[in-house]
Ligand binder design. Sequence first.
Ligand code: S3P
Length: 267
Amino acid sequence: MDRIEEIRDKIGQCDDNIIEQLVARMRCIQDIIEYKKEKGIPILQPEQEKKQEDNLKRKLGDNPFEEEMLDIFKYIVKNSRRIQAKALFNYNIFLIGFMGAGKSTVARELKKQLEMNYVEMDQLIVEQRGMAITDIFEEYGETYFRNLESNVLIELQKRKQTIVSCGGGIVVREDNKDHMKKNGRVVFLTATPNTVYERVKNSTERPILNNNMNVEFISQLLEKRRALYEEAADITVATDGKSVSEICDEIVSELIAYDLRLNKKES
Ligand code: S3P
């Protein structure tokens, strides 16, 4: 055989070995999830990922391909998270709650932790209409905006494994609750009126608050909507005084507990 063909042959064998080893590794990930679920151990353990990374760096200490290997392992870990998320959350996750409850911030962090897709509903509306939310309210009024919102929600039913950060008023239309529940779980993020005020006071992008930027108005509107949020919610997580990663951990474990209860009821 030609020398080059010999080398290519060897590369092919290496690929076979890599595939075999990666499949074995991915199966281990699935086994770990099952074990953690069974024992009620937190699924996401960033400190374990860090330990693994340190071990890897030590092992690759004077490897001539250290940089390339670390890069490859970054993708391996990323895809492990994807496998975890697939096993845990085979549905969309809708984050609902009042303006300033932290929906977008939490959605971005959850996306990173779980390697799921992420969609910002307001952003989709802005892209589709080519207009800012404040302009849509001003030119066409709130009812028109709510129609756009419902249409986007219906379109989102085609998506899989997507974290959706909803607009704060998504619950004002009864049908929206059903659209979300069709292929998703609904997570209600709460925050006190004071916390909301602190988080949104400098924003001018929320037409509903633009001439009402005060704790009293926030408090009244929140009370008016509270029952609607609660009715739509599968789980509720308070955000006051918590870090984003604490909130995400709580969402993950609450969703797992919710699914376990659901499975038990069904079986
Ligand atoms: C609204 C909340 C906003 C946006 C629109 C209306 C509301 O979204 O959809 O300004 O009625 O609560 P955020 O909650 O993301 O600010």
